[in-house]
Ligand binder design. Sequence first.
Ligand SMILES: C[S@@+](CC[C@H](N)C(=O)[O-])C[C@H]1O[C@@H](n2cnc3c(N)ncnc32)[C@H](O)[C@@H]1O
Length: 282
Amino acid sequence: MGLVVAQQLTGVDDLHYGFWDEGVKPTFTGVIAAQKRYTEQLVDTIKKYSGVPSETRILDVGCGTGLILKELLDMGYAVDGVIPAAYLKKQVDARLEQTTGSYQPKIYECNFEDFPLSDCANQYDIVLYSESYQYISMAAGFPLMKKLLKPDGKVVICDFFKTEHAGDGGPGDGSFGGGFALSDFYTQVDNHGYRILLDNDITRNISPTIAVVDEMLMQRMYPAIQTINAFMETRHPYWTGLITWLLRKRLAKMKFKYFSGYRSQAVFERYKTYHRIVLEMV
Ligand SMILES: C[S@@+](CC[C@H](N)C(=O)[O-])C[C@H]1O[C@@H](n2cnc3c(N)ncnc32)[C@H](O)[C@@H]1O
């Protein structure tokens, strides 16, 4: 839901953070280029850890609007997608009408946890999670991947995790949700019989996106919301008061999360750590 609203507000189709090379100034207009750079680097990682595209089957878990999926198909990879949201599935289907690749992708409209395994047991060379890893329980995900991957298959993850500071009660703790504790992830990798082939900490290249979003929230959206609120209070004081009271808990939570000034780059860097990871089964 949050992603869909963000997409509608910004008109951006890529539902992931941007990658900012050192020295690139984070600006709102630079976000699209930074998102493309993120994809470029992710695709390079896939190239490095896979064989000939036409012989490489990839499952893009949580494929968003299908941008990365289409790019990989156009490069000749055989890619299927998983997407649990009907609204996004429609966008993926529309995008795929224009693919130049020869592979006919299957797009599964379900949670990854409910993936119809019988369709493709041990078929995939790569299971890809581009900022979708944090949404799927590791207890369900690891065994499922084992059943889907070929014996030498790889898991490619690009996502953020919680640092050891999470839960310390410091300023801004809890203002960014999501992500597994990195230490838990490493433990689960071991416990489920996987080995880490690549682990790049790219937090500093990703966090400038937060600075841009924070500026947009605090400098643009917050004043706009206050203006609308003041207008509503003057025109419809009874209804505005009632709605504000009914939603008070939710509004307080949203205010803390988005408009308290804690959603900053520095807070993100303290509580989250963003990694590009490749795993293989032992
Ligand atoms: C941050 S978006 C990333 C989208 C896309 N991979 C990208 O990089 O632009 C997270 C995606 O994960 C998907 N997702 C959330 N929970 C999921 C689940 N249980 N199984 C599969 N996908 C899920 C969402 O629908 C969304 O498309």
